[in-house]
Write a protein that binds this ligand. Structure first.
Ligand code: AMP
Length: 476
C-alpha cells in the first residue's frame, strides 16, 4: 500500500490523515491495517516510532464508524491497554486526532489521578477506553466499568507490561472479556511469557514485524565518554554548558539518581527538572508541559517516565547512566532527532558500566566512538577512539547471547530500581531481569557507521505536528 486511500477507510478518517499530513503508510501500517480491517487477530512486532499506534487505531476507528451502536452504561466497545500513563495519553490523543470527524466517545483510565472523573467518563459508555491495567482493575472491582460490550482489545507494548509486572493483571482482565472479540497485540520483542499470553489470548493471529526503517533524513550522532562515576556530574554540567544548544533529555537509571542530578545542576546554576514515578501526576504534567513548550531546557528522567515523550526540540539525549537493558538505549536515543531534526546522543560510561556498553554495541551492531576521561581506565575495552564497525558485520544475531542468560543488573547501586517498578503503583515484577531473546528479537536495521567516525542510527521520519496537538499529549 502506498497511499492511505487504498485501504478503503471511511472518508472522515482519511480527511483527518490529510490534515495530519500523513501521505504514505509506514510498513507496519501497510501490513497491519488490511489484516485488522478484515477482522483478523494480530501480533505486531514493532517498536515505538514505527507508526504502530495508527496501525491499530485507524482500522479500529473504521470499524466503529461503520458500525455505530448505542453505547451501554459503563461499557467500552474498544479497550486499549498500555503500560504507562504517558503512553496511554498519547494513544488516546491519536484516537482523537484520527477520529476527530467521527464524534466518538473516548476516555483515559490511568493511575495517579482521582478516580471520580474516570467513573463519570465511563458512566454513559464509551467507544474507546485507553487504560493502564492497575487502575482498570480497581475500577472493575468497584463496578465502575463493565467488559461485556468489548469488541476489540489492544495490548500495546506488551513486553514493557511484562517488564513492569502487569502480566498477572492482564491475564485477570482478559479472562473477564467476551470470548468473541478481535485481539491485537503489539510488542517490540517477543519474550516467552508474551508468546504464551498471545497463544492463549489470540485466535489464529496474523503476524507482522518491522524494524525501524533506514532513513538518511534523521540521524543520531552517538558517542560515549568514558568517565569516572564521581566525575559524571561535573561532566554533565560541562556538556550542557559547552555543547547543548537545544533541549536535552538526561537519563538516569534510578529515580533517586534523577533527583541527585537535578540538584547538582541547580547547584551549578542550570535549570532542570526531573520526572519519574515518584512525582505526582500534577508535577509530571507541569514539568512535561514546560519541556514541551521549550521553557524547560533540561529534563532528567528515568526510562519508564520518559517512555513516549515526544518533543520535537530535543537536540541531545544524554545517558548519565547507561541502561542495563540494551533495548532501552535504542528507546532513549530515539527521543531525539524528531521531526526531521538531527540529534546527538552522548553516553557517560563508568568502569562499572562497561559491560552494559558492550551489550548495547552488540544490540545496535556497531562500536560507538569513545572519548577517554577516566583517571584509571580498565583494561577490558579496546582503547579510545576505536574505529566504528559496520552494521551487520557479524551477522544480525551472530554475537547475541543465548536466551537463558540473566541481564546484568546488579552492581548494588540500584539498577533494579526503576525498571522493576510496576507502573506507577510500585509493585514488583518478576523475571524481568532475564534476557528477552525471544524468536522475534530485532535490532535497528538502520544501524550503520558514517565515515567521520560518528555512529548513527536512523529512525522513521516524523512529520512536524502542529503545536496544539503536541501540547495536549499525555496531559489528560
Ligand atoms: P508511533 O510508532 O505510533 O508512536 O508513531 C510514531 C510517530 O509517527 C507519531 O508521531 C505519529 O504521529 C507519526 N506517524 C505515524 N504514522 C505516520 C505516517 N503514515 N506518516 C507520517 N507520520 C506518521
Amino acid at each position: 500500500m502506498t497511499s492511505f486511500n487504498e485501504f478503503g477507510l471511511a472518508e472522515p478518517i482519511t480527511r483527518a490523515l490529510v490534515q495530519e499530513q500523513y501521505t504514505t503508510p509506514t510498513p507496519i501500517q501497510a501490513d497491519a491495517i488490511p489484516l485488522v480491517l478484515a477482522g483478523r487477530d494480530l501480533i505486531g512486532i514493532a517498536q515505538t516510532g514505527t507508526g504502530k499506534t495508527a496501525a491499530f487505531a485507524l482500522p479500529i476507528l473504521n470499524r466503529l464508524a461503520a458500525n455505530r451502536k448505542p453505547l451501554e452504561k459503563k461499557s467500552p466497545r474498544v479497550l486499549v491497554l498500555s503500560p504507562t500513563r504517558e503512553l496511554s495519553g498519547q494513544i488516546l490523543d491519536s484516537f482523537r486526532t484520527y477520529g476527530r470527524h467521527l464524534r466518538l466517545q473516548s476516555a483515559l483510565v490511568i493511575g495517579g489521578v482521582p478516580m471520580g472523573r474516570q467513573v463519570r467518563d465511563l458512566m454513559n459508555g464509551l467507544d474507546v477506553l485507553v487504560a493502564t491495567p492497575g487502575r482498570l482493575l480497581d475500577l472493575l472491582k468497584s463496578n465502575g466499568v463493565r467488559f461485556n460490550q468489548i469488541e476489540v482489545l489492544v495490548l500495546d507494548e506488551a513486553d514493557r507490561m511484562l517488564d513492569m509486572g502487569f502480566i498477572h493483571d492482564i491475564r485477570t482482565i482478559v479472562a473477564k472479556l467476551p470470548k468473541e472479540r478481535q485481539t491485537l497485540l503489539f510488542s517490540a520483542t517477543m519474550p516467552r511469557e508474551i508468546a504464551d499470553l498471545a497463544a492463549h489470548m489470540l485466535r489464529d493471529p496474523a503476524r507482522v514485524a518491522v524494524t525501524p526503517v533506514a532513513s538518511t533524513a534523521e540521524r543520531i550522532a552517538q558517542r560515549v565518554i568514558m568517565t569516572d562515576k564521581s566525575a559524571k556530574s561535573a561532566l554533565l554540567i560541562e556538556v550542557l554548558r559547552n555543547e547543548v544548544t537545544g533541549q536535552s533529555l538526561v537519563f538516569t537509571r534510578t529515580k533517586h539518581g534523577a533527583d541527585k542530578v537535578v540538584k547538582s545542576l541547580h547547584h551549578a546554576g542550570l535549570s532542570a527538572e526531573a520526572i519519574h514515578g515518584n512525582k505526582s501526576q500534577n508535577q509530571r504534567e507541569r514539568v512535561l508541559g514546560a519541556f514541551r513548550s521549550g521553557k524547560l531546557k533540561v529534563l532528567v528522567a528515568t526510562d519508564i517516565a520518559a517512555r513516549g515523550i515526544d518533543v520535537d526540540g530535543i537536540s541531545h539525549v544524554i545517558n548519565y547512566d547507561l541502561p542495563n537493558i540494551p533495548e532501552s538505549y535504542v528507546h532513549r536515543i530515539g527521543r531525539t532527532a524528531r521531526a526531521g531534526a538531527d540529534g546527538i546522543a552522548i553516553s557517560f560510561c563508568d568502569n562499572e558500566e562497561v559491560a552494559f556498553l558492550r551489550d548495547i554495541e552488540k544490540l545496535i551492531q556497531m562500536k560507538l566512538p569513545q572519548t577517554e576521561r577516566r583517571t584509571a581506565p580498565r583494561n577490558d575495552m579496546p582503547a579510545a577512539h576505536h574505529r566504528p564497525q559496520h552494521a551487520g558485520r557479524n551477522g544480525r544475531n551472530g554475537n547475541r547471547r543465548n536466551g537463558q542468560q540473566q541481564r546484568r543488573g546488579g552492581n548494588g547501586s540500584g539498577h533494579h530500581g526503576q525498571s522493576q517498578r510496576r507502573g506507577e503503583h510500585g509493585h514488583h515484577g518478576k523475571g524481568q531481569q532475564q534476557r528477552r531473546d525471544g524468536e522475534s528479537r530485532h535490532t535497528p536495521s538502520a544501524a550503520q557507521s558514517s565515515p567521520d567516525n560518528i555512529a548513527t542510527v536512523a529512525f522513521m521520519k516524523r512529520p512536524h505536528r502542529p503545536a496544539n496537538i503536541r501540547a495536549d499529549r499525555g496531559a489528560r
